[in-house]
Design a protein around this ligand. Structure first.
Ligand SMILES: Cc1cc2nc3c(=O)[nH]c(=O)nc-3n(C[C@H](O)[C@H](O)[C@H](O)COP(=O)(O)OP(=O)(O)OC[C@H]3O[C@@H](n4cnc5c(N)ncnc54)[C@H](O)[C@@H]3O)c2cc1C
Length: 495
């Protein structure tokens, strides 16, 4: 039996424990140490559809979680004021005509001014969610405390859960592996595999000399002020709001009988006091309420080059963090553990497997950073913050911008491997269109030169007709796309 030692009982530590114990069962003895007095970060409530991979891995049905917790349905993200006084929607549903699995619908829609991004298309091929959504591309909004308590309860009796503080870490410098950790009450704890899920402090991983990839030039946001706001919903918005401001952006997530909100900003361009004032103005304007928390979360945007060194795996915030614009924190955790299990299924901890998993983790971060940076391609210059972002674009973003002028977004965007991105083409098209990056001339060039994704030539006339029908359908259904009656969902579960 291998001994797995996990440090941290935040979302990362608990997801790691749940997946590892579920997969290896009696082959592993799992102990999880956490510092209750320190608590968890207590943000991170908007997810990607990948949350379902964890739920089904651990044996939780969507029905259970909606019934037991304050969980709401997320169909996408509403981006407001990224270009001032405009908004767009990045939805999870496909932006293509029924039966067409390529970019052609969007191509024709945009060319004919019939495109409204995820607002219109998200549900055109799906149904308004009034039942359990097995066939529906969606994510969840979760109350983070409820969610972690829920997993914790399910792990009781299956793993050792110990409230104790890790005070010392012993490393063998010859092989850069952890020998043991020392806890305040439990003393020395040995292990074969150590999982560092201790959040930004990376209490284990930092002893292994990990190399850090700093992203602060491209994504300078490094602080957040969170606040929850009680709210009575009739119908719930089925999306997370990301509203840009002069110096950052604000998130708004509907959960149960409250909104989770928070202001993200860069300490290089705004002082904490100024940020608090701006956020307070927003709270008063939107909710007629004042900022009541003095909490400020500070972090360094970036990630560790390797997340698996020797016998230690950094998971969640201890492996890195960039701003949660596409709500990818929990997604990263699930993927990190999934890959660890996949590459280490024999529990031999081999160098080859470690290298492979590290490459995949780097690709994941690169992919997320690219996509998040794309959202900043606004060409805004109305504050020092926006000037900085406009004059410090990632090479990849500059290349995509140029491509969009001359061509269209197609599979070549994914560095020859369509499996390499967390998002589909639809997502890139929605964001690029929302930021006015697409040109009709470019689309015409694209259409003149392309076959469809299946390698067959498509009939533009047929697609245009289907596009128009879809557009009419979407116009009539529009409000249903964005608001969900949570009561109907709950009722359907209790039936
Ligand atoms: C502002 C902000 C907004 C975010 N929004 C989203 C979002 O919308 N969607 C999303 O998916 N992700 C989001 N994230 C990321 C998400 O919050 C995290 O990925 C997730 O909560 C996991 O955190 P964690 O478990 O790694 O760390 P934490 O929650 O910080 O947990 C760390 C744990 O380590 C323990 N610990 C620390 N030191 C010791 C020690 N010495 N001994 C013993 N135990 C110790 C603590 O007690 C705690 O249990 C956001 C993050 C931030 C900062």
């Amino acid at each position: 039996m291998k001994k797995v030692v996990i440090v941290g009982s935040g979302t990362a530590g608990l997801i790691a424990a749940a997946m590892i114990k579920t997969y290896w069962k009696d082959e592993v003895d799992v102990s999880l140490y956490y510092d209750k007095s320190k608590g968890n970060i207590s943000v991170g409530e908007s997810t990607t559809p990948y949350i379902h991979a964890f739920l089904s891995f651990f044996g939780i049905s969507e029905k259970d979680i909606i019934r037991d917790l304050d969980v709401t349905i997320k169909l996408g993200i509403n981006f407001k004021n990224w270009i001032p006084n405009t908004e767009y929607f990045h939805g999870f549903g496909r932006v293509s005509n029924p039966g067409k699995q390529d970019d052609s619908s969007a191509t024709y829609s945009i060319l004919n001014d019939l495109y409204d991004g995820g607002f219109l298309y998200n549900e055109a091929t799906n149904k308004v969610p009034t039942h359990i959504f097995d066939n529906f591309s969606h994510a969840l909004h979760l109350d983070t405390k409820q969610f972690t308590d829920y997993i914790y309860e399910k792990l009781k009796g299956r793993i050792n859960l110990v409230d104790d503080v890790v005070e010392r870490v012993r490393v063998n410098p010859e092989c850069n592996k952890i020998v043991n950790i020392e806890c305040r009450d439990s003393g020395i704890v040995d292990g074969d595999i150590f999982i560092d899920a201790s959040g930004f402090s990376a209490v284990l991983f930092k002893h292994l000399n990990p190399s850090w990839n700093d992203m602060s030039n491209y994504l300078p946001i490094d602080r957040a002020i969170p606040q929850q706001i009680p709210y009575k919903f009739d119908e719930l918005p089925s999306y997370t709001l990301a509203e840009a401001t002069e110096n950052g952006w604000i998130w708004k997530i509907p959960i149960g009988d409250r909104y989770g909100t928070g202001y993200l900003y860069s300490s290089r361009f705004t002082s904490d006091n100024e940020a608090r004032e701006k956020y307070n103005e927003w709270l008063v304007e939107n909710f007629n309420t004042e900022l009541s928390s003095d909490r400020i979360i500070k972090y360094k945007p970036g990630y560790y080059e390797d997340y698996w060194i020797g016998n230690c795996l950094a998971v969640g915030l201890s492996s890195g963090f960039i701003e949660p614009l596409e709500s990818t924190g929990i997604h990263i955790i699930i993927k990190q553990i999934y890959d660890f299990i996949f590459f280490n299924s024999t529990l031999k901890n081999l160098e080859f497997n470690r290298k492979s998993a590290n490459i995949i983790n780097r690709d994941l971060y690169t992919d997320i950073i690219n996509f998040v940076c794309l959202h900043y391609n606004t060409n805004r210059t109305d504050s020092e913050f926006w000037k900085h972002l406009t004059s410090n674009k990632l090479e990849w973003v500059k290349d995509v911008e140029e491509k969009c002028k001359e061509e269209f977004i197609d599979v070549t965007l994914f560095r020859n491997n369509p499996q390499r991105s967390l998002w589909t083409l639809d997502s890139y098209i929605q964001v690029a269109q929302g930021l006015n990056m697409l040109s009709k001339e470019g689309i015409r060039n694209h259409l003149d030169s392309k076959t469809d994704g299946n390698g067959t030539f498509f009939s533009g006339k047929d697609i245009l007709k289907a596009t128009e029908e879809l557009y009419e359908y979407g116009k009539n259904e529009k409000n249903n796309h964005i608001f969900v009656s949570h009561k109907k969902i709950i009722d359907s579960i209790h039936k």
